[in-house]
Ligand binder design. Structure first.
Ligand SMILES: C[S@@+](CC[C@H](N)C(=O)[O-])C[C@H]1O[C@@H](n2cnc3c(N)ncnc32)[C@H](O)[C@@H]1O
Length: 159
């Protein structure tokens, strides 16, 4: 299975990049992982709704260039559906069984994801009702994808 993580903005902190590299390495045993970073727009401290829409729309254009029609698109949204790790594993396994060979996870930037991207989503995944920084979200997502593959294999990691 191919897994693409599309993320808005750079990860600047070394400790987060170290964690990302570690999970990239571990996931290499289970899938073809690709991380696509798209540039974020500069956010103004007191942006109006119109300015935020403009930011989201510009970032959305960059994200949409990397979306493939035959892939299953999973957007990360605070208001999306919360799954247990076992449920996420079952979802990934089920999609594979149905013949979906490519999953694309999308993480928004500091103002979230634009409507143009949300409209393409096949599934909105929430990691809780709390807001996580997008850089940290990348690590959490990779860890949960790794955990999913370990669960699918019946390996002891998830205990
Ligand atoms: C700083 S958050 C954006 C906050 C923005 N106000 C919003 O409501 O989307 C950056 C990105 O991280 C992801 N994210 C943050 N917390 C999340 C959570 N609890 N569940 C799922 N995704 C989350 C989302 O993709 C979000 O677009």
């Amino acid at each position: 299975m191919k897994i693409t993580v599309i993320a808005v903005g750079k990860v600047k902190e070394t400790y987060l990049n170290d964690a990302i590299r570690e999970y990239q390495k571990r996931l290499g045993a289970y899938c073809r992982l690709e991380i696509v970073e798209v540039a974020d727009e500069k956010t103004l401290e007191h942006a109006s709704e119109a300015q935020e829409r403009m930011i989201l729309s510009r970032e959305a254009k960059r994200i949409l260039k990397h979306i493939k029609e035959d892939a299953c698109i999973i957007t990360l949204e605070i208001g999306g559906k919360q799954l247990s790790s076992e449920e996420l594993a079952a979802k990934i396994e089920g999609l594979g069984v149905q013949g979906t060979g490519h999953l694309i996870f999308i993480i928004g930037g500091s103002v979230g994801l634009g409507k143009e991207v949300l409209d393409k989503s096949d599934f909105a995944l929430s990691f809780s009702r709390m807001t996580f920084p997008h850089q940290l979200m990348r690590v959490i997502l990779l860890e949960q994808i790794y955990r999913s593959f370990r669960i699918i294999q019946g390996a002891p990691y998830h205990k």
